[in-house]
Structures are given as C-alpha cells and as structure tokens.
Design a protein around this ligand. Structure first.
Ligand code: NAD
Length: 487
C-alpha cells in the first residue's frame, strides 16, 4: 500500500510545524527559493515563536516517558517502517533535497539512500546487546550496567546534508527511547518536513518527534534554555556551535557539536597521480565544495607537482556544472544567495591578494552558480588557507617533502578529515599517527563516511565525542550500574 505524504501541500500552506503530533501554521512565514532558479519559490514555512518551542518541549517531555516504555522491538519496527516509507518516496525526497539547497540530483539521491541505510542500521542496532555484566567481588552479587535514554534531545542541523545529518541524529536518539525537538536549517526545511512526515507515517507516537521551522538565532534561547532539555546534538558552523556550548555551560546536560573543517590532502611523488587527481577533484568540488569534509587544501610534492597540477586542471575544467536536476550534472549551484555572497567574498579576497587561478570550470552566470576553481601562490597566512570557504575553491601548494606537507596540513584550527596519496605503506602508517584529524583517508578523498563507524573531528571541528555507529548509542543513553545481591 502506498503511503501518502502531504509535503508539497504543507509547503504551499506554510503548515510546517509538527508539534505534539499535529501540523501547525505560524503567525509569520518565510519563503525559500530554488538556488538553481531563484525565481522559483520552493516553499512557504512557518516561522516558529519561542512559545511554540516551549510547547514542543512540553509535548516531547510527556511523550518521552511513554516512548521509553515501548520495547526495543517496537521502537526498532518504527524505524524499519520509516526506512521503507522513505524508500517508497525516494525520488520525491531526492527532488525536495535538490530544490532546498541545489545538490546535484545523483548526489541528492545518494544522500537519501544513505538516510534509508542509517534508519535500517539503527533499527537493527536497537536489538543488539545493551549494557555489560561484570564479575563482582562478592559472589552473591550480580553486577551489571543498564542503558537508559536521556530524555528530551534537541537536534539542530545544517543545510548541507538535509537528510543524512538529521537522520543520523534523530534515528539513534529515538531508537534508544528519547524524544526529540528538531530545528533544521531554514534552507533544509522542505526536506525536514518530508522526513518528519515519514516518521509520522511510520507510526511514531505523537510528540516523540517535534519539528520547529524558523530562525536559529531567534529561537536560540528557547531551544537551549528549556528545563526539559537533556542533551543537544548540533552540527553547523564553529561560531554557532560555540555560542550553544556557552549557553548551556552552567547546566549539566550532554552536548555534541560537529563543526567546520579545512581539510587537507597530501599527494606524494609515489602516488598514482591519475587516481589522486580524481579523488582530490571529487573531494573538493562535488556537492559544490559544501561538505564539512570537503578537500580545501592540497599539498603536492615538488617532484610530481607539474604532472599532478595539469591533471587536476584538466579535470576541473571538464566538470559539468549546471542544472542540478539533470542526471549527468556533477556540480550544482551553491546552497543559497547568502552562501554565494560568502564564497564570492573569498574570491574577491583571492583577487586582492594576487593569487594565481590555475583552473576555472565554466558555470552558468546566474542564480547561485559559482565556477569551481583551483588557486595557487597563496600565502600560508591568508584566510583562503586558514578559513573554511565552504565552496568549490581548492588551494594548491607545492611542498618539498612529506614532513613539510604534514606540518602545513596540521597548521589549522580545524581537524575533521585528511587524506594522503601514496603507495608506501610505511609513510601511510606515519601519516595516520601524525595527522591531526578525526577522520583519516589513505588514497581516498577527504569526504565520504560510512554510517556504521564513529564520525567526528579533532581540535576546533568537534566537541570530541563521536556520532554514528556505536558512538551514537553512547551519546544518546546514560548508564546505570546495578548491584543485585541475593539473600
Ligand atoms: P550554521 O551554524 O549557520 O547553522 C546550523 C544550524 O544552527 C541551523 O539550523 C541554524 O538555524 C542554527 N542556528 C543558527 N544560529 C543559531 C543560534 N544562535 N542558536 C541555535 N541555533 C542556531 O551552519 P550551516 O551554515 O547551516 O552549515 C554549514 C556549517 O556546518 C559549515 O561550517 C560546515 O562545516 C558545518 N558542518 C559540519 C559537519 C560535521 O559533521 N562536522 C557536517 C555538516 C556541516
């Protein structure tokens, strides 16, 4: 039987708040526009007020107690149904994602498929062993740990992965018995409405998941200051993440922050240059460079710098940039006019600093399109090297050797992902030890993560706890240590 979703109607009516199991309008609304065609309005959304956030917490608190009393099998089944419903609506979800933030359709489809895989992973994980049994110093005591849900979780998510990031936070939060108040980025609100509808259609009880559309800065106090709040899971920029950390610093709640990146790739003289240039191209330019794990800097050993540079120039210049709804398009527009403005400011900086533009793909000169480019002759102190650009601009630097490359790669406040291209196992092992990033790739692009393993950054890229895989169970539960003595 086909499940009917009403996302398109809700986005016409601005009925996008899902609170206590009911879809609601707001007093105010905001609109979003397709970044590949800015004359197209893609949705009208309710602008939540602080009172509505308070309502969401109230419902979430009551609903959580009932939800926690469900069996793990019952919670697992809701996620399994959600995965089937999302799969049924794969193409609608894919197009919604592209309409929201311009991701090329084949990458958007890949992201929705990943959300389906995440739902299935946590549906299965719900039935895995929970807690541990320990030997006790007293033979008549049975000593064990049990895992308990935390309570009400606030999930605040960015626009660059409208399906995958919310799913990898919400699915584990729910399956271990928590309820959720979710504030997605404005630019990902259409996908958020669809995903919330999927959970509703899967039979999630009222109030267990609450969706708040609106402005993060306006709702900050209401989201982070509510008494019912037990934990915050946030993905977004370092500035906002740090503000959230400070706003809950005097409260004893769990907090998880996944922040920005400035990810380096190192190409050594013994690397397979054809493959390395392809991987670096993908890491830097796919998803229009708007992945937290995107390759932003590449350090190439001098002996192969000319060869490698030519290969990457050829590949960048051949990129198909354009209409994100066409299957063959490799790079769509930037996510929004605000994002275009921000990346254009980096381009203006590059021009003012007199950098050399090595490659410049052709892109439509309209809407939010921006031509992917490779630049060089950039000072190591330039903001082009130190700051997250979050767009398809790759900085290429020539280095003398591995040591110099690693020293440049680590010279950053960020530490999310890094790559090394080499055929030498010993150097690869050294790199794994020396690189200061939470995700390390050898002969692979910096972007791309699998859902069943821990994910997260070091240094300024994260609060150091991990998401996904078994790390999610650790974050979204707390432990009770139980001593049972028979008399
Ligand atoms: P952002 O920080 O602007 O916004 C993220 C979310 O926070 C949005 O929902 C926004 O509405 C909300 N928000 C904004 N101000 C707030 C406030 N004062 N209080 C509470 N919430 C607030 O980030 P973005 O532009 O949506 O996303 C891009 C950033 O996210 C980049 O820096 C990127 O590297 C990072 N990111 C990191 C990861 C990771 O896993 N490390 C993954 C994806 C994106």
């Amino acid at each position: 039987m086909t499940t009917h979703l009403r996302t398109s109607q809700r986005l016409l009516d601005g009925c996008t708040l899902f609170i206590g199991g009911e879809w609601k309008n707001g007093m105010e609304t905001f609109q979003r526009f397709d970044p590949s065609s800015l004359s197209q309005c893609t949705g009208v959304y309710a602008m939540s007020t602080e009172e509505m956030v308070a309502d969401a917490y109230k419902y979430a608190k009551t609903a959580q107690e009932n939800w926690a009393a469900f069996t793990a099998q019952q919670r697992s089944e809701v996620l399994r149904k959600a995965s089937d419903i999302l799969e049924e609506h794969l193409e609608t979800a894919t197009r919604q994602l592209t309409a929201d933030m311009g991701k090329a359709i084949r990458d958007a489809r890949g992201e929705v498929l990943r959300s389906i895989a995440i739902l299935r992973y946590y549906s299965g994980d719900a039935l895995q062993p929970s807690g541990d049994v320990y030997p006790s110093a007293d033979n008549s005591t049975f000593l064990l740990t049990v895992e308990e849900p935390l309570g009400v979780i606030c999930a605040i998510t960015p626009w660059n992965f409208p399906f995958a990031i919310p799913t990898w936070k919400i699915a584990p939060a729910l399956v271990y018995g928590n309820s959720v108040v979710w504030k997605p980025a404005e630019a990902a609100s259409g996908s958020a409405v669809l995903l919330a509808e999927v959970f509703e259609a899967a039979g999630l009880p009222s109030g267990v998941l609450n969706l708040i559309t609106g402005s993060g800065s306006r709702l900050s106090k209401a989201l982070t200051g509510n008494e019912a709040l037990a934990a915050i899971t946030f993905t977004g920029s370092g500035g906002v993440g740090n503000r959230i950390r400070q706003s809950v610093a005097d409260r004893n709640i769990k907090i998880q922050l996944e922040l920005g990146g400035k990810n380096p790739a190192i190409v050594l003289a013994d690397a397979d240059l054809e493959d390395a240039s392809l991987q670096v191209l993908r890491g830097a330019m796919y998803s229009t460079g708007q992945r937290c794990t995107a390759t932003s800097r590449v350090y190439v050993e001098r002996a192969v710098s000319e060869d490698f540079t030519q290969k990457i120039i050829d590949k960048v210049n051949a990129l198909i940039v354009g209409d994100p709804y066409i299957e063959t398009t490799e790079v769509g527009p930037l996510g929004s006019p605000e994002q275009l403005k921000s990346v254009n400011q980096f381009l203006a900086l590059a021009k003012s600093e007199g950098v050399t533009i090595l490659a410049n793909a052709s892109a439509p000169d309209s809407d939010c399109f921006f031509p992917p480019m490779v630049i060089t002759d950039v000072s190591a102190k330039s903001r082009l090297v130190t700051d997250e650009i979050f767009g398809p601009i790759l900085v290429l630097q020539v280095v003398e050797n591995f040591q110099e490359a690693v020293s440049h790669a680590n010279n950053t406040e960020f530490g999310l992902s890094s790559s090394l291209f080499t055929r030498d196992l010993t150097t690869a092992m050294k790199f794994i030890k020396l690189t200061q990033s939470g995700v390390v790739h050898v002969n692979r692009e910096t972007a791309g993560v699998e859902p069943h393993v821990p994910f997260g950054g070091l240094k300024g890229s994260s609060s150091l706890n991990r998401e996904q895989g078994t790390a999610a169970r650790e974050f979204f539960t707390t432990t009770k240590t139980v001593y049972i003595r028979s008399t």
